[in-house]
Design a protein around this ligand. Structure first.
Ligand code: IPM
Ligand code: MG
Length: 368
């Protein structure tokens, strides 16, 4: 019998993207032989490097490859070199946001997991993170102030006025709320919904709609926090949260906060999913939560864990390869428990040692 076959568009992008992607690909290759599945890897240009080589941050050929793939594995885009380009041609606005919109990837799942053995890397007081924590941030990704129209800078007499519009339809709130409640059902059955209902009309509709969805999930405990209060409570008591449900902009901000509280952006994976394809599977784009980290790019010292864990999410949500995904997650966990630390999570703790990107990849491979 021939192996099952999956096509992956691999978009490494800029900065540390290619370095950490190389480690993820090594892991995928090992999974392919260990689990008898075939992966067809189609590497394509995206972001700054795509601008340099084709003058577009998202060339047609790249989009075409993604359209004919089972999933997109994304590295990171952007860097100082492209920051002074016109806004809409910059890597982030010109590639990442259009990819999300084009494929309707409205559900951004960002697990913020602090391993018990990594609590030292968290900047939060030890007694507040002792034993670690596991919070899932469910961020709405294709609506809100990121995409609402009008979005422009106008000339009003002799001064300029910038306008961004925050718009949410009930249906958009409903579908992302369902994702959060479904996720909570498989976890600790708690959803904390984030809004700014004391100021924004969007917040009022968000809260009412989430309440309505919650009535379909009587087992899940729901509470609401204003975003400013949430930013504070997450630092005070991160272990008490289970699933955070947030509109696009608030989810962007809180997921970075959660990443830092967990120890390092270099550990955190993310998945951006569209509508379910049935059987619990989705078309999705998988990427580390951290950015292109131009400050350390090219030195071979970046933490590849987030990229590797993103590949694991891809196996889980787009291919249904649960055993393989579990194996990768466990290999990463065992490698961290064994004391391997890239610079971002190195704290000089006894029993740990500092490694570079490939050494971390080697260790994870050998634990797989
Ligand atoms: C993220 C990033 C992006 C966002 C940027 C690069 C446009 O911060 O994925 O969180 O704001 O969504
Ligand atoms: Mg962000």
């Amino acid at each position: 019998m021939s192996n099952k076959e999956y096509k992956i568009s691999v978009l490494s992008g800029d900065g540390i993207g290619p370095e950490v992607m190389a480690e993820a690909i090594r892991i995928i290759d090992k999974v392919s032989s260990d689990f008898n599945v075939d992966f067809i890897i189609d590497e394509q240009l995206v972001g700054g490097i795509a601008i340099d080589e084709t003058s577009s941050p998202l060339p047609d050929q790249t989009l075409n490859s993604c359209e004919h793939s089972d999933a997109i594995l994304f590295g990171s885009v952007g860097g100082p070199k492209w920051e002074s380009l016109p806004p809409d041609t910059q890597p982030e606005r010109g590639a990442l946001l259009p990819l999300r919109k084009h494929f309707g990837l409205f559900a951004n799942l960002r697990p913020s997991i602090c391993f018990p053995s990594l609590t030292n890397a968290s900047p939060i007081r030890a007694d507040l993170v002792e034993g670690g924590f596991d919070v899932l941030c469910v961020r709405e990704l294709t609506g809100g102030i990121y995409f609402g129209e009008p979005k422009e800078i106008q000339n009003h007499g002799d001064e300029r006025v910038a306008i961004d519009t925050m718009v949410y339809k009930e249906s958009e709130i409903e579908r992302i709320a369902c994702v959060a409640f479904e996720a909570a059902m498989g976890r600790n059955k708690r959803v904390t919904s984030i809004d700014k209902a004391n100021v924004l009309r969007n917040g009022i509709l968000w809260r009412e709609t989430v309440e309505k969805v919650s009535s379909k999930y009587p087992e899940v405990e729901l509470d609401h926090l204003y975003v400013d209060n949430a930013a504070m409570q997450l630092i005070r008591r991160p272990r008490e949260f289970d699933v955070l449900l947030a509109p696009n902009l608030f989810g962007d901000i809180l997921s970075d906060e959660m990443a830092m509280i967990a120890g390092s952006l270099g550990m955190l994976a993310s998945s951006s999913l569209g509508q379910s394809l049935g059987n619990g599977l989705y078309f999705g784009m998988y990427e580390p939560s951290g950015g292109s980290a131009p400050d350390i790019a090219g030195q071979g010292i970046a933490n590849p864990c987030a990229q590797i864990l993103s590949a694991s999410l891809m196996l889980r949500y787009s291919f249904g390869l649960t055993d393989a995904a579990n194996a990768i997650d466990l290999a990463v966990r065992n490698t961290i428990d064994a004391g391997y630390r890239t610079g971002d999570i190195f704290t000089n703790e006894e029993g740990t040692h500092r490694v570079n990107t490939t050494e971390m990849g080697d260790a994870i491979l050998s634990n797989l």
